[in-house]
Structure formats: structure tokens, C-alpha cells
Design a protein around this ligand. Structure first.
Ligand code: URP
Ligand code: ZN
Length: 460
């Protein structure tokens, strides 16, 4: 299997030039001008297009038992949607319940993905309980190729950890050379505010963000910073939504904490008024941390531009509006939290970031691909274009014009939160380790081709 991509403008986090890319089997083996096409090789003319390294989504939920239901995508639908949108690597949050044994959960999640994914994948190992038994199994799971944990300081009684557990998880992570990603919200404050709002008869989705104001998130980040500083642990703040939380992370950085920040495409292009839409439509936009005041968007864009925010994810968590979101029709605390964005992250980021002059092409690639590869032990296999890297390539057409719609999406959910929004660019072809998986917006790849990406700890 050989593939030659000719005349494209290669853009990585730090370089930009026109050249041909020669891929043998699964790997990029040569980048040069005027590479001749050997007989039998597949050739793609990328004249007038960018060639980006495959994008990495560092925060995805595919198999997610949550709030009395399950997120809608399978690896088949989710990986297809990801690839159509230019994402070639998924890092899924593996979220067991407290009652589940970590190793059994790891096997369960791996089984859901292996043989069913069209793109490569790995997991952040969710730690939702900590005791001696869990510690032994987590140590084994690291040996199986996982080098990151996921913890929740939110969702009391479900995924949330006590402070004692938080301390011990970070201690173990430090010992094993693992980075810990964290959902930072003070779970007790959320619970108290939810009770107060419901008691006042405030039951609609428009009250969701009032139950989780910025200080609730900022307190979660501050809390994590205190523990991480004490233990010299490496931590990553998932889905940072607002100035207050970002400030706490920056204070942590200045205090010497090894901390990195993720934001989500949702926070950049939507604000809390979306969740205030009438007739329960706001439920489509209920996620945690919630969509914020619009003023936060510039702060997050600037953070991405300046490197204060390292990565852009989705926290893709699709729940049908007609059925699942209705579980909270009388009580917003029962609306399954999450939005479907896996397919549209890159195109929205390009359109509303690069095209609107908010960040340059290099920061675009860095925050949507390279940084995640570096932080989570995938670089330079993923996240860049150079000889020896996996041939995961996005041939991107900056002249494409289109609109997002549930009618044309591949994500397995009954709405698109950004219905009708314009995109100015999309992948015209996407490769997965040297094989074309998307052409002109259509999936032409192979279900089951996606590999579990084994990662090493101590890669910092
Ligand atoms: O609202 C969200 N983010 N749902 C998915 C679970 C989580 O909190 O990451
Ligand atoms: Zn979360």
C-alpha cells in the first residue's frame, strides 16, 4: 500500500511549505518536492489545499453510561463522524461507576472500541474509586499502555472522588509517571445550588448554569491546584469554560504546578443564551461546566492563541433531544449532560478561529492536534507531519462553503446543536495510517481498522 499526496501546503505546529508526501504502508517515509509516482501507487492532488496532521480529540465520550441512560454513539458511528470532521485519533474518557472494578471496566471499554473503530483510539483511565484493590489494577492498566487518568471533582455519588481519594490518585499518578485529567467543579456547591433552585420552582434548562456558576468551577480548579502542588503531580484541567477557572489555572502555573488547560469548541462558539432557548430547546445545550456569558469567549480564544490554553477538545457526549434530554423536562438536574460536537470541532475551529483572524494556522494545528499528542504520549507518532510519523493526514479545502445540519451529519443523535451555522472549510480527504478514509465528506474507510494506541508513562 503506497500513497502519494502531491502539491499540498503542509502545515504543522511550526512549519508551512509546499511539498509532496510519500506514504509507505502506514507511515510517512518521505517529504520532498516533485516525488515521482511509482506505478501502482495511489495519488492525490492536493493543489490549493492545506495538509494538516490528523487532528486529535483529547476528550471524547463514546460508551458512556450516565445519568440513567447511555450516550448515543457507538465506535462505528463516532469514529466515522470523527474522521469526516478531520479527527483521526480519539482519546476517550473511560468512566466506570464506583462499583465497577477498574480492570473489568478497562476490558469493557476496550472491547467496545476494538474491531469497531475506523480511527485510532486510546483512553484516559477514569478513576472513580480509590482503594488498595483499585490501586493494584490501575498499576496493571498503566502496563497495558495507558498513561493518563481521568478524575471527577463533580457528580456527587456517581463519579466524584473524596479528597482522600483525590490525594491518593495524584500520589499514584506521580509515582507511575501518569498525567491526571480532571473535571473541576465543587460537587457540594452544585448539589446545594440545585436544591435551592428546585425549591424555588426553577426547574427549566435555563437554570442549569445558575446551579454551576463560574466560582463553582474556579473552586474545583483551585482545589486541584492545591493538591497537585503538594504532590508535584502533572494535571490537566478538562473543559475549562470561563475566566475565573482559567485564572486559577494560571495562578497554579505561576505557583509551579505542572498544569495544562483544555477548552472545548462549545465554549468558543456558543454561550449561555443557547441554554435559555424556549420550549425546552435549551436542554440541547445542557452540559457541565455550562455554557457561559459571551464575554468568556474572547478570553478563551486569546488563551488558545497565546498558549495559556493548550488543547481544544469536544467532550462529545450525544443524547437525543426527543427522548433522552426529555428525562429532565420537569427537573433540569435530570437532563443528561452533554453535547454532540465530535464531527464539527475542526471545521468550527477553523472557520471561527483561523478565518476570523483569532489564531493562526500553526496555533490551530498545535491546539487541535500537536499539544494533545505531546501531553498524552503520542508524539511524534501522531500530531505532526514528518518521516516516521503515522500517515494520518487531513487534506483540507479552505474554499469549501457549507452549513451544519442534523440532516447531513454522521453523529448518531437527533439534533445538531449548531444547526444552520456556516463553515468555511472542510477536509476533502482524510487518511488513517496511509489509507484514505474520507473523500469529499463521505466515509470510505474501514470499520475495525482503528488501533488501540499503547502509550508509555513518564513521557514529560
Ligand atoms: O456535560 C458533560 N460534560 N457531559 C459529559 C460528562 C463530563 O462531564 O465530562
Ligand atoms: Zn467532564
Amino acid at each position: 500500500m503506497s500513497l502519494l499526496i502531491k502539491n499540498g501546503e503542509i502545515v504543522t505546529a511550526s512549519t508551512r511549505y509546499v511539498a509532496d508526501i510519500w506514504c509507505e504502508n502506514e507511515t510517512i517515509t518521505r517529504i520532498d518536492r516533485n516525488i515521482p509516482a511509482p506505478a501502482g501507487s495511489e495519488v492525490i492532488d492536493a493543489q490549493g489545499k492545506y495538509i494538516f496532521p490528523g487532528f486529535i480529540d483529547p476528550h471524547v465520550h463514546i460508551y458512556l453510561p450516565f445519568m440513567g441512560t447511555f450516550a448515543k454513539d457507538t465506535y462505528e458511528t463516532g469514529s466515522k463522524a470523527a474522521l469526516i470532521g478531520g479527527t483521526t485519533t480519539l482519546i476517550e474518557m473511560l468512566c466506570p461507576s464506583r462499583a465497577e472494578e477498574p480492570m473489568a471496566a478497562f476490558e469493557l471499554w476496550l472491547g467496545k472500541a476494538q474491531g469497531n473503530s475506523a480511527c485510532d483510539f486510546t483512553f484516559h483511565m477514569g478513576v472513580t474509586r480509590y482503594d488498595d484493590k483499585a490501586e493494584k489494577q490501575l498499576t496493571e492498566i498503566i502496563k497495558r499502555g495507558i498513561s493518563s487518568f481521568k478524575i471527577f471533582l463533580a457528580y456527587k455519588g456517581a463519579f466524584g472522588l473524596s479528597d482522600e481519594e483525590l490525594y491518593k490518585v495524584l500520589q499514584l499518578a506521580k509515582k507511575l509517571g501518569v498525567i491526571t485529567t480532571a473535571h473541576c467543579e465543587n460537587e457540594q456547591l452544585v448539589l446545594e445550588l440545585q436544591k435551592k433552585l428546585l425549591a424555588e420552582g426553577k426547574t427549566g434548562p435555563e437554570w442549569h448554569h445558575e446551579s454551576r456558576p463560574p466560582m463553582v468551577e474556579a473552586e474545583g480548579v483551585h482545589h486541584l491546584m492545591s493538591f497537585a502542588k503538594q504532590l508535584d503531580a502533572h494535571v490537566y484541567i478538562a473543559h475549562t469554560s470561563c475566566e475565573e477557572a482559567l485564572r486559577e489555572a494560571v495562578c497554579g502555573k505561576m505557583a509551579g504546578v505542572n498544569v495544562w488547560v483544555e477548552t472545548l469548541i462549545e465554549y468558543l462558539v456558543a454561550d449561555k443564551t443557547f441554554a435559555e432557548r424556549p420550549n425546552f430547546e435549551g436542554a440541547k445545550f445542557v452540559m457541565s461546566p455550562p455554557l457561559r456569558d459571551k464575554r468568556n469567549q474572547n478570553i478563551l480564544w486569546n488563551g488558545l492563541r497565546d498558549g495559556i490554553v493548550s488543547t481544544l477538545g469536544t467532550d462529545h457526549a450525544p443524547f437525543d433531544f426527543a427522548t433522552q434530554k426529555q428525562m429532565g423536562i420537569k427537573d433540569f438536574t435530570k437532563i443528561p449532560n452533554g453535547m454532540p460536537t465530535l464531527e464539527d470541532r475542526v471545521n468550527l475551529f477553523y472557520t471561527y478561529g483561523v478565518k476570523r483572524g483569532r489564531l493562526d494556522l500553526h496555533r490551530f494545528v498545535d491546539t487541535a492536534s500537536t499539544q494533545a499528542a505531546k501531553l498524552f504520549g503520542l508524539f511524534p507518532r501522531k500530531g505532526t507531519i514528518q518521516p516516521g510519523s503515522d500517515a494520518d493526514l487531513v487534506i483540507y479545502d479552505p474554499n469549501y462553503r457549507g452549513k451544519l445540519s442534523v440532516k447531513t451529519q454522521t453523529m448518531n443523535v437527533d439534533y445538531n446543536p449548531f444547526e444552520g451555522m456556516i463553515i468555511e472549510g472542510r477536509p476533502s480527504a482524510v487518511t488513517v495510517r496511509g489509507q484514505v478514509a474520507v473523500r469529499d465528506g463521505k466515509f470510505v474507510g474501514q470499520i475495525g481498522r482503528g488501533n488501540f494506541l499503547q502509550r508509555e508513562p513518564n513521557h514529560f
